[in-house]
Design a protein. Structure first.
Length: 171
């Protein structure tokens, strides 16, 4: 079984993905971590040293590698993954168990304020500008995210309820 979680930065893809994988006895793959382990560097360093275009190329390459090499997993994509290099087509050609964890701008801003420094796309932004940045970004990205066959409103769900909702759609 191939389960894919997508959504904006801070939507809980990795946290929920890890727990879901444990519960379903599947391996968990975090695409960002997979890239970091394979390139032996951090996402922040990749952005700083080689730039976003290089990152997007590598992100696509490793996403393809995962689907070529593995059959059973819960995979958490990066926030931008669905929006580049036909990655959504690639994902949807392999599985329909694709879940968009959708949060409001307010909730995302609240969650992202804390760990901003680890995130190259928002680390330079003052907190006050986060909601506007997220809003514009979501406007561009939503058409890609909305291709997910399952869209879950996470604002109203805690992690347990979210996992339960996902599990129910798998039977
Ligand atoms: C990005 C999200 C990050 C990471 C990179 C770019 C984005 O992943 O892939 O910093 O474009 O939204 P997370 O969503 O796991 O933070």
């Amino acid at each position: 079984m191939k389960i894919v979680l997508l959504g904006y930065m801070g939507s809980g893809k990795s946290t929920v993905g890890k727990r879901l994988a444990e519960k379903l006895d599947l391996s968990f793959i975090d695409l960002d971590e997979y890239i970091e382990n394979n390139l032996n560097t951090s996402i922040s360093e990749i952005f700083a040293e080689t730039g976003e275009i290089y990152f997007r190329r590598e992100e696509h390459r490793f996403l393809k590698e995962i689907f070529d090499q593995q059959d059973n997993f819960v995979l958490a994509l990066g926030g931008g993954t669905p929006c580049y290099s036909n990655n959504m087509d690639l994902v949807l050609n392999h599985t329909d168990k694709v879940f968009y964890l959708r949060l409001s701008i307010g909730k995302l801003a609240e969650r992202l304020r804390a760990g901003k420094d680890q995130r190259p796309l928002i680390r330079h932004l003052p907190d006050i500008e986060l909601p506007e940045f997220i809003g514009k970004h979501l406007f561009e990205r939503s058409p890609f995210y909305n291709r997910a066959p399952h869209i879950l409103d996470v604002d109203k769900l805690d992690d347990d309820a979210l996992m339960e909702t996902i599990e129910k759609t798998l039977v």
